[in-house]
Design a protein around this ligand. Structure first.
Ligand code: FAE
Length: 547
């Protein structure tokens, strides 16, 4: 039995309520169970944003997975933490009474400083579906780097605000290739379980799954995978599965069943605001400054680091520039954010002693998307839960793990849609461009070809068996592969290369990296559980030895 299958069995073996109660040594059960359905979580305290001239013991750049773990554990150890987040707080409803916009009707809240949407599925039935939106510090950044669009969450909670919540622990036999310098026994014995508990991970009730209308697309995906000889595995998620069952029963406001996902879930999803950040706020020792963007970190004459921060308005303008001092700084701005900052700071002389590994080892987790057109006798359902719950595992034989993903359009499309995570070996590098005063990434679109070939190891076979074809209308006109993007940027400040084996940046004491940039380009599955578990491991050692 594979680890993933075993893990799924373990998750099914305990009821979700017992699972949550069992996590109380890590996080209060109250938070996970009680707030999952709440629309908003006030994790930004009334203390107000950081003041210019402040001196803080610890400053954390970014409020995603790595930053949230660092803030919580430091606060629990008695340290005051300032978190700086360039995105918004996402705790206040808009004029429609909702905090987040629906995937099917993007508005000003949906995109980070764009005047036109940049939807991952750019076309439907061959027609472009992007539309104009007002310029705003919205929740999803479609950052166009060299040859690839990197999607990232912006706001308090980072990627947890926009992602599908798929919370996958890699199979143990793949771990050596993911983080070769890390003790796998420790990770699988201590830190993966701690991360899963802290994130509130659970799995769909398999009995409910068999009859739920909203998972017809997943059952079709399973049937077709199995008919071609591929294992289908249930994939754990941080969505509150009990809440989803209530959505289906019509007793609570709908979120996953209303197609919410890409621009935030108003209910049901246990984003970091409801787990790690809620716990961090409850310590009273963590302050978050939203709409604040770190632009520089350099050694301060009197010790510690001088951090320069731009305060932003909701059209991206700078309303104030603040200079503060921090004894220690944690870079948790995500793979792209941290890499861009460090590459700039090294090249422009702010942190010249960073080593030459800075900016190296960046990968896209092998992401590639595709759709298949089913026969009329294989409808995938007009109602589709936006939260995926299963995948096809051909990692060992063909180098691909494919999420069976929804197409929550509200109409029957007879389409099956997949996001594949593949063993694509290509790695890119960030570098400083003195002419444009910005950081470039040298990724080439053609570098997706190995990912396409690996995804084809699954879908060519399914198409041949089913007598079906690829959809060509989702990413352009007559374009099969969604090879222009990634949801899973990883690397750029790789563990044990740019940093020591716990994320301490080489060359500077008191500077740490604690996010997805530590992971060299691929995790074999969706990455946030590994980012969280690695952060749990690293912060434990840092607290024990450095503070
Ligand atoms: P991240 O969560 O990106 O947090 C970084 C934070 O730093 C962000 O809030 C930034 O706004 C902020 N920041 C950046 N620069 C600055 C600066 N200079 N100053 C201040 N703040 C700054 O980093 N992963 C899964 O495992 N399962 C899924 O189902 C899944 N689905 C996804 C779906 C979508 C659409 C997307 C975009 C991603 C998805 N991911 C998924 C990926 C996952 O969200 C991502 O790996 C993690 O969020 C990365 O965590 P980090 O802590 O590295």
């Amino acid at each position: 039995m594979s680890d993933t299958t075993q893990q799924n069995k373990d998750f099914r073996g305990v009821s979700r309520r017992r699972f949550i109660a069992g996590t109380s040594s890590i996080l209060g059960a109250m938070t996970l169970a009680g707030h999952a359905a709440a629309a908003a979580e006030q994790v930004v305290t009334a203390a107000g944003p950081i003041a210019s001239g402040a001196h803080v013991p610890v400053l954390v750049i970014g409020t995603g997975y790595g930053g949230s773990v660092a803030a919580l554990r430091l606060a629990q150890a008695g340290v005051d933490v300032q978190m700086i987040e360039m995105g918004m707080a996402w705790d206040t409803p808009g004029s429609d009474g909702k905090i987040f916009a629906n995937t099917t009707s993007p508005d000003y809240r949906s995109y980070w400083l764009r005047t036109r949407t940049k939807q991952p599925l750019s076309n439907f039935l061959g027609f472009p579906i992007d539309k104009d939106v007002p310029l705003y510090t919205g929740i999803l950044d479609a950052e166009e780097m060299g040859g690839i669009i990197v999607y990232q969450g912006r706001g308090v909670g980072g990627g947890s605000l926009v992602n599908g919540g798929m919370a996958v622990t890699p199979k143990r036999e793949n771990f050596g290739a993911i983080l070769p310098s890390v003790d796998a026994d420790e990770m699988y014995g201590t830190y993966y379980p701690r991360a899963n508990a802290g994130l509130g991970v659970g799995t769909v009730d398999p009995t409910w799954f068999e009859s739920a209308d909203c998972y017809q697309y997943a059952r079709v995906g399973r049937k077709q995978a199995q008919r071609s000889g591929f294992p289908f595995v249930f994939v754990p998620d941080v969505y509150d599965w009990d809440y989803m069952e209530q959505e289906a029963a019509g007793t609570v406001p709908k979120s996953a069943l209303a197609g919410e996902i890409l621009y935030g879930n108003n209910y049901g999803k246990k984003s970091l605001q409801k787990t790690y950040l809620a716990q961090a706020a409850a310590t009273g020792k963590v302050t978050i400054s939203p709409l604040h963007k770190v632009t520089s970190v350099s050694p301060a004459a009197a010790g510690g680091y001088t951090v320069v921060i731009d305060q932003l308005n909701t059209t991206g303008g700078t309303t104030a520039t603040k200079t503060v001092t921090a004894d220690r700084v944690f870079f948790a701005a995500g793979s792209v954010g941290t890499s861009k900052l460090l590459v700039k700071l090294k090249a422009t002389g702010a942190l010249p002693s960073l080593n030459s590994e800075i900016g190296q080892g960046w990968g896209d987790n092998g992401n590639v998307m595709c759709g298949r057109a089913n026969h009329l006798w294989d409808p995938t359902g007009a109602l589709q839960a936006s939260i995926p719950c299963g995948g096809i595992d051909n990692w060992t034989a063909g180098g691909a793990f494919a999420e069976v993903a929804p197409l929550p359009t509200g109409i029957e499309t007879y389409a099956s849609f997949y996001l594949s995570i593949t063993k694509n070996p290509n790695r890119a590098q960030f570098s400083w461009n003195a002419t444009t005063n910005s950081v470039d990434l040298n990724w080439q679109t053609a570098w997706k070809q190995p990912a396409i070939d690996m995804a084809k190891s699954i879908f060519d076979k399914i198409n041949a068996k089913e007598g079906t074809i690829y959809r060509t209308d989702l990413f352009g006109t007559y374009k099969i592969w969604g090879d222009h993007l990634t949801y899973h940027p990883l690397g750029g400040a790789v563990l044990n290369k740019a940093t020591d084996n716990y994320g301490r940046l080489q060359g500077y004491s008191g500077l740490y990296v604690i996010d997805g940039s530590l992971i060299p380009g691929n995790t074999s599955v969706n990455p946030f559980v590994t980012i969280t578990a690695l952060a749990e491991r690293n912060i434990e050692t840092i607290i024990a030895t450095d503070l």
